[in-house]
Write a new protein. Structure first.
Ligand code: SAH
Ligand code: SF4
Ligand code: F3S
Length: 487
């Protein structure tokens, strides 16, 4: 596929005016940027390097793969560290600590840039959709060369051409978009698995959350484009896909020919050669019986569901605008467990939402015990400017919040430990993902239910699905050995 993109770039006639339609226009600018990179390489007598630093969720990881795909087509050599000639930061703003990490990195890169004035720094992603952030960068980080947002990443080549022909900071941020540009390059981090966007944006406006403001309104990709992309990935050796959306359960509502997420999954299941299907994230309020039925009967959909709870207190859930009660969530979790007994459930929980008391947290803990999550990501509430919750008074002290958080975390860890160990002694299939970081005689694989297993093996197994006997459970992972027997 990358060769095809490359050919498309080679045939561009740069004496013409750039085309108006997309993605043709971007291929013109990739050719133009390629010309610039080649000239620079000749001048410097070495390759031009680039590095991408990614914060945040899988959406951002996927966006970075697209940005790196464009950079590679332009002729940059990708490296891991920020000494590169061009560095982009793909930012996240879901909690304030994500923002602080970016400012920290910018401080460091400023001193590197002083030593190398040709170095270029680009900022993109969710944080850039906040006007207050742009103001701060314009004031305190004048050395940044290019800023763009979440809606126009497909324009990266064009933006780079503008940046290289200008001395001042280039800023291009769109408030929202209804456009989805297909057929652009992407560089996959793993040869055997890949994220696939099925929708962009979010319409839920949970009262604490900034994502709808920085990612815009919900837009579903055309099922034909999704299937075509996955077929292409499979032809390149991908065996596992992760379908990505902030709320995959509302997929397809705004398509010309509406389609449900359950229907989309049935289509993806048919793709020959594809072995595993995952998806993120499911909003409990939209999870249909059809989806449970499709999962139950599927041979490819993994036995894992991430079902964010956020709080176990109906009172708090209401102020969070989650649109389900504790009882509704529990009923749903029990229904899923009854229909698909071997499924593992994971969740997200926020502690310290405005007005949350120790009693509310007790209720959350009770839900954690009742559902028995395989894992839960727990976050301390972070006030996001512009969200409704930011205006809500919070009488609970930081110490109390920390105490509540620690209480919850303890229960989460205990529950997870006892849940994860339940498969000890059984044989399960695992997709081998990498060599073990600590011990190179081991490889690390992922079970269908998302648990990690480490077992003896070598690099030739990476990307393969093998049967593994789960010998010992250690907290969140297993130690195992390859087994001839199937599960
Ligand atoms: N669309 C996904 C979540 C994306 S954000 C969903 O609805 O499940 C990932 C997680 O970050 C959320 O589930 C929530 O638990 C957490 N989060 C979002 N906003 C937050 C905030 N202001 N403070 C703390 N945690 C937050
Ligand atoms: Fe945020 Fe809620 Fe949308 Fe998830 S569903 S991204 S938590 S607003
Ligand atoms: Fe962060 Fe944006 Fe994802 S705010 S969590 S990177 S959608």
């Amino acid at each position: 596929m990358n060769d095809e993109y490359s050919k498309r770039i080679e045939v561009q006639d740069l004496t013409e005016t750039p085309p108006i339609e997309e993605p043709a226009r971007q291929y013109f600018f990739m050719a133009k940027a390629r010309q610039y990179v080649q000239q620079e390489q000749k001048r410097l007598g070495r390759p031009l390097t680039a590095a991408g630093i990614t914060f945040g969720c899988q959406m951002n990881a996927k966006d970075s793969e697209k940005l790196i795909g464009i950079l590679e087509q332009i002729g940059f050599e990708m490296i891991e560290d920020e000494s590169a000639d061009l560095v982009f930061y793909n930012t996240c703003t879901v909690r304030d600590n994500a923002n602080q990490r970016v400012y920290g990195r910018l401080g460091l890169i400023h001193s590197m840039k002083k030593k190398n004035p040709h170095k270029k720094v680009a900022l993109c992603g969710c944080m850039m959709q906040e006007p207050s952030v742009i103001e701060k960068i314009q004031k305190s980080y004048r050395f940044v060369d290019l800023i763009f947002g979440t809606h126009n990443i497909y324009k990266f080549a064009e933006l780079l051409v503008t940046m290289y022909s200008s001395d001042s900071m280039i800023i291009d941020i769109w408030k929202d978009t209804d456009k989805i540009v297909e057929d652009l390059p992407a560089k996959r981090k793993y040869p055997f698995k890949s994220g696939v966007n099925i929708m962009y944006g979010c319409n839920n406006f949970c009262s604490y959350c900034i994502v709808p403001y920085v990612r815009g309104r919900e837009r579903s990709r055309n099922p034909k484009d999704i299937i075509k992309e996955i077929e292409q990935l499979v032809s390149e050796g991908v065996v596992e896909v992760m379908l990505l959306g902030q709320n995959v359960n509302s997929y397809g509502k705004n398509l010309d020919e509406p389609m449900t997420f359950a229907e989309l999954l049935k289509e993806v299941e048919k793709i020959e050669g594809l072995e595993r299907i995952r998806f993120m994230t499911s909003h409990p309020k939209d999870l249909s019986d059809d989806l449970i039925a499709v999962m139950k009967h599927s041979k490819k959909i993994c036995r894992h569901l991430h079902l964010p709870l956020q709080s176990g207190s109906t009172r708090i859930l209401e102020v969070m605008n989650r649109r389900y009660t504790k009882e509704q969530y529990l009923a749903l979790a029990h229904k899923i467990r009854a229909e698909i007994p071997d499924i593992s459930l994971t969740t997200d929980i926020i502690v310290g939402f405005p007005g949350e008391t120790a009693q509310d947290v007790d209720e959350t803990i009770a839900v954690v015990k009742d559902v028995a999550y395989d894992n839960a990501f727990t976050f301390i509430y972070s006030k996001r400017t512009g969200t409704p919750a930011a205006a809500m008074p919070n009488p609970t002290s930081d110490e109390e919040i920390k105490k509540n958080f620690d209480r919850l975390l303890k229960v989460v860890q205990e529950t997870a430990k006892s849940r994860v160990g339940r498969l000890t002694g059984e044989v399960h299939s695992a997709l081998v993902e990498e060599l073990n970081e600590q011990d190179a005689s081991l490889v690390s694989g992922r079970l269908s239910n998302n648990t990690i297993v480490h077992f003896p093996g070598d690099a030739s197994l990476i990307g393969k699905i093998v049967n593994v006997k789960l010998l010992e459970a250690h907290g969140f992972y297993y130690i195992g050995e390859i087994s001839e027997k199937s599960s």
